[in-house]
Design a protein around this ligand. Structure first.
Ligand code: ZN
Length: 276
């Protein structure tokens, strides 16, 4: 377990805490982190003492999303970087590493709670929403401003399931940032607490869930997820993933990608798309 570099893994009683641990880059998700998360959930699944998993983030921010810098730079494994150079490869990369890995967390047998502070952006929102419950600190904020950069959202379009459709359109099309209070009002977040109380509140909630016999909790979780599937969530996710990829391969997106790669830094790229 101590082999992990991009996350930490701890078990205390019936509660397992998996923590995103790249605070210097706002817990941007690179291949290593995504692989380690997947492995950590496998360990938590196999450990009968673990009843509830908390997904936390170390540092000021929960997650800035996918590590785009690693993708365009030279820190990602060669096989993925090279693979992403063709549309087929990019599809396979995002399907296996983003789409499938996220849904594995959504379908994880035991109840999960995301413990979110600071910024939660794009694929950060996607990851948090894979958890069954979300507890946010009062300094948390949620945004998915990728449309201005041609992205058709991220790989899973969670927004219409996390908030009313009209608010989802505002969130995505207008690149609005929603505060923790906004997110709670919309039903996307279960609780908002002061930053200093975030870990204890999440833990108390996890302890309450751990009082339910594991089999019962798992059956009910699965049944609620099945209800969402019967409302079309799984099909809508599938549809969006294909649409997202169609968008990646349009002239609109490819020209923008080329222009972006000609820029010196990611900072310059993002600067263009900010309001201020
Ligand atoms: Zn994508």
């Amino acid at each position: 377990m101590s082999d992990f570099q991009a996350i930490t893994y701890e078990v205390d009683g019936a509660i397992c805490t998996i923590t995103l641990d790249r605070p210097d880059v706002a817990n941007a998700q690179d291949t290593r982190m995504i692989d380690e998360l997947d492995a950590a959930f496998d360990i938590a699944d196999a450990d009968d003492d673990v009843r509830v998993v908390i997904l936390a983030g170390n540092g000021k921010h929960w997650s800035a999303g996918h590590d785009l810098k690693a993708l365009v730079g030279d820190t990602e494994p060669d096989e993925w970087r090279l693979m992403r150079k063709t549309p087929e490869g990019k599809w396979f990369h995002e399907k296996t590493m983003y789409f499938d890995r996220c849904l594995r967390i959504r379908d994880f047998r035991k109840p999960t709670i995301a413990q979110v502070q600071g910024k939660c952006i794009a694929a950060g929102v996607m990851l948090a929403c894979m958890c069954d419950l979300i507890v946010a600190s009062d300094d948390a904020s949620f945004s998915n401003p990728v449309l201005r950069m041609t992205g058709a959202g991220v790989e899973l379009l969670v927004e219409p399931w996390e908030m009313p459709a009209r608010k989802a359109k505002e969130f995505l099309l207008a690149a609005e940032t929603f505060s923790a209070d906004d997110a709670e009002r919309l039903g996307m977040v279960n609780r908002v607490v002061p930053r200093n109380d975030l870990a204890t509140t999440t833990r108390e909630l996890a302890d309450r869930i751990a009082l339910v016999p594991p089999a019962t909790a798992q059956v009910v979780k699965r049944s609620i997820n099945k209800t969402l599937d019967l409302q079309g969530q799984r099909d809508a996710y599938d549809y969006h993933f294909q649409a997202h990829h169609w968008m990646h391969n349009t002239a609109t997106a490819l020209d923008a990608l080329e222009a972006r790669q000609a820029k010196g830094s990611m900072k310059e790229v993002f600067a263009e798309h900010r309001d201020e």
